[in-house]
Write a protein that binds this ligand. Structure first.
Ligand SMILES: Cc1cc2nc3c(=O)[nH]c(=O)nc-3n(C[C@H](O)[C@H](O)[C@H](O)COP(=O)(O)O)c2cc1C
Length: 239
């Protein structure tokens, strides 16, 4: 599989705090198609934001280690949260030579819907993002899912600059994950994220490869401005 490593290995390695389990340095986002699929934005945005996307093709040979995972979760925890309530909780598994981490990876994988298992078996890591719907003082936190989403995006952006791709998923069996990891009833499972080295889509089944190479689209911002006439037209009664 093609790896996302940049041409200037020596320079990037010098700047990297450490390498991952398979010898890849931090800080090498994929920059060239087909591994890169930058958003065709209407106005320029930072390459970090335009460059993040959710592939289904992952490099099966690429693993990550505990230090890398902790760095990703550290990034997640620096997301903003209502009253700094930090409602996020995680279950993280990763493939490699850590048997417990590998077992968690398998447990998360087994909790995914078959449609996602089709492609994310090559992901180096799987992270379950969980929300605590109450503040520490017991009062309901109506923003917990908002904040867990923000944590997911922070993790995704850190992963991107570390040369890792991410893909969030709602296609999981919550009861199975809850049972596998003894997730308490009062906590809510929000999403599972696949993380791994990007790969060319060549090895994917035809239908998934087509989705991988389809144009990236977004609704124009002007349609989303609720204070504009065009947004009122676009939103309509069915939106
Ligand atoms: C909460 C959430 C749930 C998602 N669930 C799935 C999923 O189960 N399977 C999947 O293939 N993609 C899933 N996605 C990925 C989205 O389809 C993807 O983010 C969207 O099409 C935009 O593409 P981009 O992330 O490449 O910009 C999910 C994304 C989010 C944020």
């Amino acid at each position: 599989m093609t790896r996302p490593t940049a041409a200037s290995t020596a320079a990037s390695t010098a700047a990297a705090p450490h390498d991952d389990a398979s010898g890849h340095a931090f800080g090498e986002p994929a920059t060239q198609p087909p591994l890169a699929r930058p958003a065709p934005t209407a106005t320029p945005i930072h390459p970090l934001l335009a460059g993040r996307w959710s592939p289904r093709a992952f490099d099966r040979d690429r693993t990550i280690n505990e230090a890398q995972m902790m760095r990703l979760l550290e990034a997640a925890t620096w997301a903003p949260s209502c009253a700094n309530g930090q409602p996020w909780r995680f279950v993280a598994g990763w493939r490699g030579d850590d048997a417990e981490a590998q077992a968690r990876w398998q447990g998360v994988f087994d909790g995914l819907e078959p449609g996602n298992q089709r492609w994310c078996d090559a992901a180096a890591a799987l992270v379950v993002m969980v929300a605590s719907p109450r503040f520490a003082n017991g009062k309901p936190n109506a923003w917990s899912w908002h904040d867990v989403g923000a944590a997911g995006m922070a993790m995704a952006l850190q992963a991107h600059v570390d040369g890792l791709a991410t893909h969030p998923m709602a296609g999981f069996v919550a009861d199975r994950l809850r049972a596998s990891f003894a997730i308490p009833a009062e906590l809510q499972i929000v999403a599972v994220w696949a993380i791994g080295g990007p790969a060319t889509p060549d090895g994917l089944p035809d239908d998934l490869r087509a989705r991988e190479t389809a144009p990236r689209i977004r609704r124009p911002v002007v349609e989303l401005l609720l204070h504009s006439a065009s947004a009122r037209r676009a939103s309509g009664p069915s939106a």
